[in-house]
Design a protein around this ligand. Sequence first.
Ligand SMILES: Cc1cc2nc3c(=O)[nH]c(=O)nc-3n(C[C@H](O)[C@H](O)[C@H](O)COP(=O)(O)OP(=O)(O)OC[C@H]3O[C@@H](n4cnc5c(N)ncnc54)[C@H](O)[C@@H]3O)c2cc1C
Length: 222
Amino acid sequence: MAQTLTLKLQAPVTHDTHRYVFDRPEGFTFEPGQAAELAMCRDGWTDEGRPFTFTSLPGDDHLEFVIKSYPSHNGVTEQLPTLKPGEEVMLDGPFGAITDKGAGLFLAAGAGVTPFIAILRNRARAGDLAGCHLIFSNKTAGDIILQEEWDAMQGLTVDHVLEEEEAQGLHHGKVDKDFLDSHADLSGQVYICGPQGYVDAMRDAVKELGVPDDRIHTEEGW
Ligand SMILES: Cc1cc2nc3c(=O)[nH]c(=O)nc-3n(C[C@H](O)[C@H](O)[C@H](O)COP(=O)(O)OP(=O)(O)OC[C@H]3O[C@@H](n4cnc5c(N)ncnc54)[C@H](O)[C@@H]3O)c2cc1C
């Protein structure tokens, strides 16, 4: 159902990613991991809705999104950081394929971590992170969204993997079947989110390692 939201604040999370906090309309709810379509209430942009994931929790008094900007697209995500508190956006949703189906392995690349922000924050709040493992791929350390929050989550196992940079305590390279075979317990649920090529590669890898389809949860179309 369409709703109008008012921006309360926005702040940088990394060099190209911001958090956006809006008033939560009365009675509006969603499940951690779900997304909604946002469109700016500005001339020429009202028909340009794009999907983004809630990173706040259903019981919070606000709605939060963490959104990576792509200036090369000349699209919505380039415009969003120019939004000022008090401006409105249209929200349509919620929807989304990834919700919490149980503890397990969370495979994320870049902004694909956003469904796991809500799911793992929800589990952290309940003290229920046993058996949860986040393997988070980025190009450089400066690209890691919410690194301090991940590293501080009690009970969460975290592996950061950097493709283009070496950094102490972080893995260097690309996650592949061999990496998963040696670093991950694949006996629980497996959640995958990121660019389509990453999702396809991770799905193939975990399937080859014996994970059945009904334990693999992916968000497509990033
Ligand atoms: C269910 C779901 C949830 C999501 N949640 C989040 C989230 O919480 N946070 C987040 O950061 N992202 C999220 N995404 C991804 C996000 O929706 C896209 O990054 C966003 O739609 C991009 O919008 P845009 O207008 O900037 O660019 P686009 O709509 O991708 O592109 C605008 C135009 O730019 C051009 N273009 C497209 N790709 C390229 C390219 N690679 N290089 C050059 N030009 C290009 C095309 O001409 C296109 O018409 C989610 C996606 C899905 C499907």
